[in-house]
Design a protein around this ligand. Structure first.
Ligand SMILES: Cc1cc2nc3c(=O)[nH]c(=O)nc-3n(C[C@H](O)[C@H](O)[C@H](O)COP(=O)(O)OP(=O)(O)OC[C@H]3O[C@@H](n4cnc5c(N)ncnc54)[C@H](O)[C@@H]3O)c2cc1C
Length: 394
């Protein structure tokens, strides 16, 4: 966003009045506010307003210099300086995430739905590390029907008992299929599950539920609960922009968004036609570990103006300092464009994957923001409150 201010000079003490509508959060949101800011604060103020979903109706000034005037609302009794220069900078309204009619807890652990496995196959190419499977369950016959939305999770209760002889507790898994299911008939749900495996005292320990799921055969019945979760829902707005940051199985919700946006048959069923920009950052240890990669490459070819796919392959690519290329390095490389998108109130950011990815992303965002005079640790909660910063890590 550019505001024309005539001569540019960092030590410039000219003062400008920014007239803004709907600035602030919740109850503090005001119909109109006038902010008196110095030239050096002008660009960052405009950005902050845009990020909070405010609409700048005018930038007036420059008025008489006043070296001590803070960035604060001007009281109505103080007349604004006479309008000399006016800049149009009117971001459109924030894209809302609708929470209406979101199915939650249709099935609970005491009375779970018994889903039937229809398929279970590896998502990995030869030479990949570990084990990640795509598993689909038939949901037919439920009363009520187990329905869900993109971005939600379901619970799985593995067969068997824990060390205390009690039934296993449920584990949550992000849903990897759209509400229509992979078969587009609206009666299946798919998951993307990595088998947990670690070494303890020289012994290989297999995670209970992830191993149960990766090993399960078609025809088996599985206890399913949920759906749960409203954090990762997509905005209804067809013009929203969606930045996705995923590592490993964190790709599951992103797959649902991208299928909804770009899969031809989904599009014809949806009555929802995505027109914004979607940008997926995917972190993976090797190329063989990339999940659903062919589909995403295809979407990029078919929708080059709407979809961008950026991969960080840590064991094969190098970052600018010669180290392993992690997703946060890709965020740093593209910081200018990411922040330009975030300035648009229609942009949402979604992060999903192992909890360990969060500090790296946070650091990359903080550094990129600082270079633009923005304090990321102040901005992130603002984005979160505006329901534009969505995180699900585990
Ligand atoms: C909202 C949400 C969504 C999720 N989505 C997905 C998904 O889409 N795909 C997916 O695969 N998983 C997902 N998970 C994780 C999933 O719920 C399980 O936690 C995971 O599958 C492991 O469960 P498990 O029963 O196999 O392991 P468990 O048998 O329960 O073992 C896990 C325990 O092992 C221990 N442990 C783990 N690693 C180590 C280690 N290195 N050293 C020592 N001890 C260790 C810890 O105590 C840990 O609690 C999600 C979790 C949440 C909360």
């Amino acid at each position: 966003m550019h505001v024309s201010t005539g001569r540019a000079n960092q030590s410039d003490s000219r003062m400008f009045t920014v007239v803004v509508e709907a600035f602030g959060l919740g109850l503090q949101r005001q119909a109109e506010r006038r902010l008196l800011v110095s030239f050096s604060q002008l660009q960052s103020t405009v950005r902050t307003i845009a990020l909070q979903g405010g609409r700048i109706t005018a930038v007036l000034g420059p008025g008489p210099a006043s070296g001590e005037a803070p960035l604060a609302p001007q009281s109505p009794s103080q007349p604004a300086p006479a309008p000399k220069a006016e800049a149009k900078a009117a971001p459109s309204k924030p894209a809302a995430v609708s929470h209406a009619d979101v199915p939650v807890n249709l099935y609970r652990p005491k009375d779970p739905f018994m889903g039937t496995v229809t398929e279970n196959y590896s998502l990995l190419a030869e030479g990949a590390i570990g084990r990640v499977n795509h598993i689909t369950f038939d949901l037919k016959g439920g009363e009520p029907q187990l329905r869900y939305l993109e971005g939600q999770s379901i619970g799985i209760i593995p067969d068997g008992e824990d060390a205390n002889g009690k039934p296993h507790k449920l584990r949550l898994y992000s849903i990897a299929s759209t509400r229509h299911g992979d078969n587009l008939e609206g009666d299946t749900v798919s998951l993307c599950v990595r088998q947990l495996q670690y070494e303890k005292e020289g012994e290989t320990i297999n995670g209970v539920c992830s191993t149960f799921l990766c090993d399960i055969a078609p025809g088996a019945k599985v206890k399913i609960t949920g759906p749960v979760g409203k954090e990762m829902l997509l905005p209804d707005d067809e013009d929203a922009n969606v930045i996705m940051l995923a590592t490993g199985t964190g790709i599951a919700p992103m797959r649902t968004y991208l299928r909804r946006m770009f899969e031809a048959k989904e599009k014809s069923l949806n009555g929802w036609s995505f027109k914004g920009k979607a940008w997926l950052f995917m972190g993976s240890p090797t190329t063989a570990n990339l999940l659903y990669d062919d589909d995403f490459n295809r979407y990029q070819q078919e929708y080059p103006d709407n979809f961008r796919y950026t991969k960080a392959i840590s064991r094969e690519q190098q970052n600018a300092s010669g180290g392993r290329m992690y997703i946060q390095d890709r965020v740093s490389e593209n910081a200018d464009e990411i922040f330009a998108m975030i300035e648009d109130p229609k942009t949402h950011v979604y992060m999903c994957g192992l909890r360990g990815m969060e500090p790296g992303i946070d650091e990359a965002m903080a550094t990129a923001a600082a270079a633009k005079g923005i304090n990321w640790h102040e901005l992130r909660p603002v984005l979160k409150k505006a329901e534009r910063w969505h995180v699900e890590t585990y």
